[in-house]
Ligand binder design. Structure first.
Ligand SMILES: Cc1cc2nc3c(=O)[nH]c(=O)nc-3n(C[C@H](O)[C@H](O)[C@H](O)COP(=O)(O)OP(=O)(O)OC[C@H]3O[C@@H](n4cnc5c(N)ncnc54)[C@H](O)[C@@H]3O)c2cc1C
Length: 392
C-alpha cells in the first residue's frame, strides 16, 4: 500500500461552523485512520478479512457509542461529532465504518433507548470498550425492503421465549457476541430481543464471495428453537417503529460516512491528475478532466452542508426520518458517481489496489442498498411531500 497522502477538501470553509471539540474528535479519528487503517485495509479487503485488531482502536477514538452518555461508557458527544467520526472511518473504508455504525446505532442505541436500566448497565460499557461486539438482525431472506413482513417469531413459554427463524445479510454476525433481533410475537407485534452467542440453537454462518465490503464480515443469524430469557426482551418500545428508529441513527451516520469515501476518491484523482503526463502535460490541464474534478468538489461541498445542517437539526431533536432518507440517498449516490468518475481519471491504475478508488466504488454498491435502498429512500421523500404512499 502506498503512503496515505489524504488531504481533506473544505472548499466553503465548513470548518468555521465546527466547534473546537468537533475538530479535535475528527482529527483524532483522521489520524487513527491514517496510522492504523490505511496501511492494512487493501490486504484486508483482498483477503476478505475483517481486521479484528482494529476494535480496540475504534473504541479508543469514541467510534462505539459516540453519543451514548459517558455514564454508560459512551463518548457523550453530539451528533456532529458522531457524524465526523463516521466520515473519517469511511474515508478509510466503508466496511470499517459499517462495523462502527452497527455497534453504535443498531446495537448500543436500541439498548440505550428501548432497554431497561439493568440491560444498559450489563451491555453498554462492554460494547463501548469493544470488549463485546454486536450485530442487528432485521432483514430476512424473503423480507428486505419490507421488514414488516418478517416471519422470525417468538412464543411466550412462561419463563422464556422460544425464538425461531432466520436473518440474512447481517453485518458483524460471524463474530458478534450479541445480536439485537427483531421478531414477531403471537399477536404479530414486532419485539426486540438481545440474543447471546452460545444460546443453544443459535448459529451465525458467514456469507462468502462478496465483491463489496470485503473488510466487513457479513453473515446469517439462524434460530432453531432458541430459548431466550424473558429479561432479554427490550421492554420500552415495540412495533416496526423500534427498528426504524435505529435505522434513522445509522442512516444519518452513513450520510456523513459517504462524504468521507467521496473525499478520498476526489483527493486521489486530483493528486493523480496533477502528476500524470499525457500529450506532454498533466491530465489536470485537460478540460474534460477538470469538468470531472470541478463537479466532484461541487457535489462534495453541497453534501457537506446539507449533512451538517441535518446534524444541527438532530442536535435540536428536530430532524425528520424523511430528511435523513433524503440525505442518505443523496450522499451515497454522490459518492458512487464520484468514485466512478475518479476511477476513470486514473485510467488503468484506477482498477488496482495501489489506489483506494475501486475499493470505495465496490463498497458503495452495498451502501447504496443497505439501510434502505436508493429507490426506497426516494419513495420515502415522495410520500413525505405528496402524502401518497407509492410503496404498495
Ligand atoms: C453488505 C450488506 C450488509 C448488510 N447489513 C445488514 C445488517 O447488519 N442488518 C440487517 O438487518 N440488514 C442488513 N443488510 C440488508 C439490507 O438492509 C437489505 O439488503 C436491503 O434492505 C434491501 O433488501 P433486499 O436485499 O432484500 O432487496 P429487496 O427488498 O428484494 O429489493 C430489490 C429491489 O427492489 C426494489 N424495491 C423493493 N420494494 C420496492 C417498492 N415498493 N417499490 C419500488 N422498488 C422496490 C429495491 O429498491 C431494490 O432495488 C445488509 C446488506 C448488505 C448488502
Amino acid at each position: 500500500m502506498s503512503t496515505d497522502l489524504f488531504q481533506a477538501p473544505d472548499y466553503f470553509q465548513l470548518d468555521d461552523l465546527l466547534t473546537e471539540e468537533h475538530k479535535l474528535v475528527r482529527d483524532a479519528a483522521r489520524d487513527w485512520v491514517k496510522r492504523e487503517v490505511s496501511p492494512i485495509i487493501e490486504e484486508s479487503c483482498q483477503k476478505a478479512e475483517f481486521a479484528s485488531h482494529l476494535i480496540s482502536g475504534l473504541a479508543e477514538i469514541g467510534a462505539f457509542g459516540p453519543y451514548i452518555p459517558v455514564e454508560y461508557g459512551g463518548a457523550g458527544l453530539d451528533q456532529i461529532s458522531y457524524g465526523l467520526i463516521m466520515q473519517e472511518l469511511e474515508r478509510g473504508d466503508s466496511g470499517i465504518r459499517s462495523t462502527a455504525s452497527v455497534q453504535s446505532s443498531l446495537v448500543m442505541y436500541p439498548i440505550y433507548k428501548y432497554g431497561n436500566e439493568e440491560q444498559r448497565q450489563k451491555y453498554l460499557p462492554k460494547l463501548a470498550s469493544g470488549e463485546m461486539v454486536g450485530c442487528f438482525g432485521l432483514t430476512e431472506p424473503d423480507f428486505g425492503s419490507n421488514p414488516g413482513g418478517m416471519v422470525t417469531n417468538i412464543k411466550d413459554m412462561g419463563d422464556h421465549y422460544l425464538l425461531n427463524g432466520a436473518k440474512l445479510w447481517i453485518s458483524n454476525s460471524p463474530f458478534a457476541d450479541i445480536a439485537i433481533v427483531w421478531a414477531k410475537n403471537e399477536d404479530g407485534r414486532i419485539k426486540g430481543l438481545i440474543v447471546e452467542r452460545g444460546m443453544e440453537g443459535f448459529s451465525t454462518p458467514e456469507t462468502h464471495n462478496k465483491w463489496s465490503l470485503r473488510a466487513s464480515a457479513t453473515g446469517e443469524l439462524v434460530f432453531d428453537n432458541v430459548k431466550v430469557p424473558k429479561e432479554n426482551l427490550l421492554p420500552n418500545k415495540d412495533g416496526l417503529g423500534a427498528p426504524l428508529g435505529c435505522l434513522d441513527s445509522a442512516r444519518y451516520g452513513i450520510a456523513w460516512g459517504t462524504i468521507g469515501a467521496a473525499m478520498d476518491c476526489y483527493d486521489t484523482a486530483l493528486r493523480y491528475s496533477k502528476q500524470r503526463i499525457q500529450f506532454g502535460k498533466p491530465i489536470a490541464g485537460f478540460q474534460l478532466q477538470q469538468k470531472k474534478l470541478a463537479e466532484m468538489i461541487t457535489e462534495i461541498t453541497k453534501a457537506q452542508f446539507i449533512t451538517w445542517r441535518l446534524g444541527v437539526l438532530r442536535n435540536e431533536g428536530r430532524a425528520t426520518s424523511a430528511q435523513i432518507s433524503m440525505c442518505k440517498r443523496n450522499n451515497v449516490d454522490m459518492a458512487l458517481k464520484i468514485a466512478r468518475d475518479a476511477r476513470q481519471m486514473l485510467g488503468g491504475m484506477g482498477i488496482t489496489g495501489e489506489y483506494p478508488i475501486m475499493r470505495h466504488m465496490m463498497n458503495l454498491e452495498s451502501v447504496v442498498t443497505y439501510e434502505g435502498t436508493h429507490d426506497i429512500h426516494l419513495l420515502i421523500t415522495g410520500l413525505d411531500i405528496t402524502g401518497e404512499n407509492a410503496f404498495v
